[in-house]
Design a protein around this ligand. Structure first.
Ligand code: PBG
Ligand code: ZN
Length: 322
């Protein structure tokens, strides 16, 4: 009570504010998404994601050098194959785009998390094998097992399944264990919503479904109890790290998951979040500080790690400071 309580006492200088801050920008906790694209000849900026480029295998060499130089510790890797087909066979090809990209990153000591899905690889753009016009759950998770093994053989450090099929984590765990990859962790996209914020990603990954949408497998935005159930199931099936995606419109889900579960929790700030914030900053309507406030808010909500397209920008700016 005034005058005994003076909250302003701890706000008088930047050093003091930093000393009492409850959360910090920490480079060890930022994960940079990364696209390698077999269908282009040289690296290409993604129109709806200024500053983010689809890399080729060649351009990845120097891009990986840059990531290492600015201190990026981990990436979430996506591949776009030259040839797509009904079964997404390039997703588990020995010489697939992701399989070839992994060693380039590993050589620089960067931790590689591989996204595991089929929508970038199928000609119909859905996240699995079709039966008629439906995605066939149980067939699809057999394929996911195969992809997980292939990514691990290529040197992936963490497998991150994003297809939202039932039983996917269990099927992947089983496949990995039976091939001797019992020490490869699974980062499960546990509560992944059918969000309208994925548009720019689908431009980048050329993965827009050719018919229908993803609402029969991804979660319905109004639900949070269901998210807790999805996370619980994934943990039971063997998920090591759990995830909530998107981040910005789903802070309540991040909060609730962080309070309820003891597994490390990742949040994914998706392409639409990047687009909204970056464009406001680029146009001068919001300041650069908005980006840091956005990132710290995700940690304050309870995430242990944050997958964000801003990782590179922030690290380049803060080089040596965080
Ligand atoms: C693939 C996948 C998507 C994203 C990550 N993995 C797209 C989708 O589900 O359509 C979205 C990421 C982003 O928007 O940044 N299943
Ligand atoms: Zn997918």
């Amino acid at each position: 009570m005034y005058p005994e309580e003076r909250s302003r006492r701890l706000r008088t200088s930047e050093s003091l504010r930093n000393l009492v801050a409850e959360n910090h920008l920490d480079r060890n906790k930022l994960i940079m998404p990364l696209f390698v694209d077999e269908s282009i000849r040289k690296s290409e900026e993604i129109k709806s994601m200024p500053g983010i480029y689809n890399q080729t295998i060649d351009s990845l060499e120097s891009y990986a050098d840059r990531l290492k130089e600015i201190g990026i510790r981990s990436v979430l890797l996506f591949g776009i194959p030259e040839k797509k087909d009904g079964e997404g066979t390039q997703s588990f090809a020995k010489d697939g785009i992701v399989q070839r990209a992994i060693p380039i990153l590993k050589k620089r000591g960067i931790l590689v998390i591989t996204d595991l899905c089929m929508c970038e690889y199928t000609d119909h753009g859905h996240c699995g094998i079709l039966k008629g016009s439906e995605v066939w759950n149980d067939k699809t998770i057999d394929y996911y097992g195969k992809i997980a093994v292939s990514q691990s053989e290529a040197g992936s450090d963490i497998i991150a399944p994003s297809g939202m099929m039932d039983g996917q984590v269990g099927a992947i765990r089983k496949a990995l264990d039976s091939y001797g990859f019992e020490n490869i962790p699974i980062m499960a996209y546990s509560a992944k919503y059918a969000s309208s914020l994925y548009g720019p990603f689908r431009d980048a990954a050329k993965s827009k479904p050719s018919f229908g949408d993803r609402k029969t497998y991804q979660m319905d935005p109004p639900n949070i109890k269901e998210a807790m159930k999805e996370i619980e199931l994934d943990i039971k099936e063997g998920a090591d790290i759990i995830m909530v995606k998107p981040a910005l419109f789903y802070m309540d889900v991040i909060r609730e998951a962080s309070l309820r579960f003891n597994n490390p929790l990742a949040a994914y700030g998706v392409s639409g979040e990047y687009n909204m914030i970056l464009n406001a900053v680029k146009n001068g309507y919001l300041s650069e500080a908005t980006i840091d406030e956005y990132i710290i808010s995700v940690f304050r909500a309870g995430a242990n790690m944050f997958i964000t397209y801003f990782a590179e920008r922030v690290m380049a700016r803060e080089k040596g400071k965080i």
